[in-house]
Design a protein around this ligand. Sequence first.
Ligand code: PMT
Length: 224
Amino acid sequence: SAKKPLRGRKMLVTAGPTHEPIDPVRYIANRSSGKQGYAIAAALADLGAEVTLVSGPTRLDTPRGVTRKSIESAKDMLAACEAALPVEAAIFAAAVADWRVEAESDQKIKKREGQLPSLSLAENPDILATVSARKSDRPSLVIGFAAETETIIENGKAKLAKKGCDWILANDVGTGTGTFGGDDNQVFLLTRDSVEDWPKQSKEAVARTLADRIAKYFQEVDAC
Ligand code: PMT
């Protein structure tokens, strides 16, 4: 119907930070609040999509009509995303930690006189790139974000190519922008052959605009 153009379509959204454990009480994290990803999940559900939201730790309520899977680490986020497939579209708004602590300690690391602990890091799986490269069950529309602090469009285009997704929303996350944690966002929508400069607006408005574009994409696919 006109008001629920995504009715019956399954979609996956990731949101929030990941927490990478150091020991039972400590972790590595980042400043993502989850607001942008939750707003996208809500906007897609409003258009009738059946949304699975794979979320790192946040303080947010699950949007109405959305199924939430809560995880902590990047590895668990990848497993939850794979379990949610097949979907028709996947939107990766989470701020996934690029690195985890190589050997998580199962006891609390003790403070010792004159000795500093050192942490070795290991690379986390890239969830967006992994899903984009799937031979089976690749969503027909894979959308990533690019969190950049300089040359936003160039870096975003490079990420689009490197990760093999279909669209990228590139945003400036430099100090003072408030993109991480704030209520507003200014994004560029990058596709293989176009760049759109969206105005600075609330994360809800970014999400509604994106959801409308996703609905238009499927309308055009269906028309072919
Ligand atoms: O949560 P908020 O406070 O509302 O803030 C929103 C946001 C700034 C977190 C969001 O708009 C955003 O930019 N999300 C992506 C953050 C990020 O980590 O970007 P990146 O450029 O490092 O990663 C590029 C893409 O690859 C992203 O789609 C990311 O989800 C994905 N990725 C990255 C690393 C990894 N190991 N796995 C991934 O899937």
